[in-house]
Design a binder for this molecule. Structure first.
Ligand SMILES: Nc1ncnc2c1ncn2[C@@H]1O[C@H](COP(=O)(O)OP(=O)(O)OP(=O)(O)O)[C@@H](O)[C@H]1O
Ligand SMILES: [Mg+2]
Length: 243
């Protein structure tokens, strides 16, 4: 379970403004919200890459804001993360990018086991023949899929996906969502996406962030049926509305 309480994160201006959010264990939680509302800042805060100045982010009973940089490094192995900008290592092949979390986490895995697992992930994201490529020689959508393969390679108990399907064609996009749901297992998943129609096909719960606070949190059905004008505007993509 992830419990976020009263989190404030300020750059020039406050971005997260006392944000509260509970993601139950084993839930596939979809986070929506307008651009620049703090979604990526929230994801980076949950894994300790950004340090909010106030509040608590409790993961498996531990407030990660209380951990030192060193403690955070080992805590971070619980997360599988796909960043919005992919954050692939430019100097490593696709194979080595995907193998990276495995090599760091499971030091006793044989080379053959690592490569088998990598091949399995490449197959799942339909990039079987791309293992030896460098990231610079991939399309935007292919990089996204490598990011997804890397995030899921180590069976981490908490998975964070920031726009995992952005920029992909509709068919590939739906495939990625289905894949992420199918591969979820017992993991707790937080998924940020602007592709709301597809997001809602896989989520258990959804939340909406607006100006650094949650203005909606409920089941997928509750979101679809909400009469709140902000939520309605967002869920139904209305041009007219309060936002
Ligand atoms: N490192 C940083 N330094 C200064 N400001 C930042 C930094 N990171 C994010 N911000 C600001 O915080 C706000 C929220 O950014 P964030 O990336 O979380 O938005 P988002 O909700 O993920 O938007 P999008 O849907 O476009 O990805 C923005 O105004 C952004 O400019
Ligand atoms: Mg973002």
């Amino acid at each position: 379970m992830i419990e976020i309480r009263g989190v404030w994160k300020t750059f020039n201006q406050p971005v997260l403004r006392g944000l509260d959010l509970t993601i139950p264990a084993g839930c596939l939680y979809g986070l929506i919200g307008p651009g620049a509302s703090g979604k990526s800042v929230l994801i980076k805060s949950i894994v300790g890459l950004m340090r909010p100045e106030r509040g608590q982010i409790i993961v498996d009973g531990q407030d990660i804001l209380q951990l030192s940089e060193l403690e955070l490094q080992s805590f971070r192995t619980r997360f599988g993360i796909a960043f919005q900008n992919n954050a692939l290592f430019d100097h490593l092949t696709v194979n080595e990018n995907i193998a990276f979390p495995l090599r760091r986490l499971y030091k006793n895995m044989t080379e053959q086991q690592v490569m088998q697992r990598v091949a399995d992930r490449l197959n799942v994201v339909s990039l079987s023949t791309f293992g030896d490529r460098m990231p610079a020689n991939l399309s935007g959508g292919q990089k996204k899929r490598v990011g997804v393969a890397r995030a899921t390679v180590a069976n981490a108990p908490i998975l964070l996906y920031d726009e995992p399907a952005a920029g992909l064609d509709p068919v590939t996009s739906q495939k990625i969502f289905d894949l992420l749901k199918q591969e979820k297992g017992d993991a707790t998943v937080l998924m940020v996406s602007s592709d709301l129609d597809r997001l809602l096909t896989v989520t258990d719960r959804v939340g909406m962030i607006y100006q650094g606070r949650m203005i909606f949190d409920g089941t997928t059905k509750e979101a679809q049926e909400s009469t709140d004008p902000y939520v309605k505007q967002f869920v139904h993509g209305l041009v007219e509305g309060p936002l």
